[in-house]
Design a protein around this ligand. Structure first.
Ligand code: CA
Ligand code: CA
Length: 215
């Protein structure tokens, strides 16, 4: 009789311990899921920041050797309106014109002087016209909305014309501007990347000092 009671009591204990174990396992599973999820978010956020850092580095390398007196940007509606107000000669829409200071631009063209060694080992200077511009993706308009339903807003790509080829530096750019202020160009880039139903975003601002200024 004692043996049966002990055996029953043991079964009850086993059931209770099993139930507690299930609860503990459930809690552990939930917390490990949450940990994995936050780890994934950190990884994605870090990957987006790395892409942005790399693109900003390319932009810096492109702009730093530019001649500050050579900065031009594509004339926009705002330029035409500003020239009208100031009684200046009206720029032609879409044409490259001398950049107005302190006005954020999505296009910038500049001359870069590069020294190269000739066959006689005498350095010669070559001047190259280079440019950076933002090209909005097809199906997107600058209206603060996601027109092509890919999670990103008003997005496009950052394009670099090296003088010999045109390359895409960064896709998924939601906002991009370059503001010339004397020998400083202030660059702002914001990107987004959709991954697993979530959009990861990062923004970077940098002031780039132009070395070769003749202005
Ligand atoms: Ca979009
Ligand atoms: Ca849009």
């Amino acid at each position: 009789m004692t043996d049966r009671r002990e055996a029953g009591y043991t079964m009850l204990e086993v059931t209770m311990v099993a139930a507690m174990l299930m609860l503990l396992l459930g809690a552990f599973y939930k917390s490990s899921q949450s940990f994995t999820s936050s780890l994934r978010v950190n990884e994605r956020t870090s990957a987006v920041s790395d892409r942005l850092d790399f693109a900003m580095h390319v932009v810096e390398q492109a702009i730093r050797p530019a001649d500050a007196a050579s900065f031009k940007s594509v004339a926009t509606d705002a330029d035409v309106q500003r020239s009208t107000l100031l009684g200046k000669l009206l720029p032609i829409l879409g044409d490259w014109q001398k950049v107005a200071l302190d006005v954020p631009r999505t296009t910038l063209q500049f001359l870069t002087a590069t020294k190269t060694e000739s066959t006689a080992s005498v350095p010669t200077t070559t001047t190259t016209t280079r440019g950076l511009r933002f090209v909005r993706d097809p199906g997107e308009l600058a209206n603060g909305r996601d027109d092509n339903a890919n999670g990103l807003i008003d997005e496009g790509r950052l394009v670099y014309d090296t003088g010999t080829e045109v390359v895409t530096v960064l896709p998924g750019v939601e906002s991009f501007s370059m503001t010339v202020d004397g020998r400083v160009v202030r660059v702002m880039i914001r990107i987004g990347q959709k991954d697993g139903g979530r959009v990861y975003r990062a923004t970077l601002n940098r002031s780039i000092y132009v070395r070769n200024s003749s202005g």
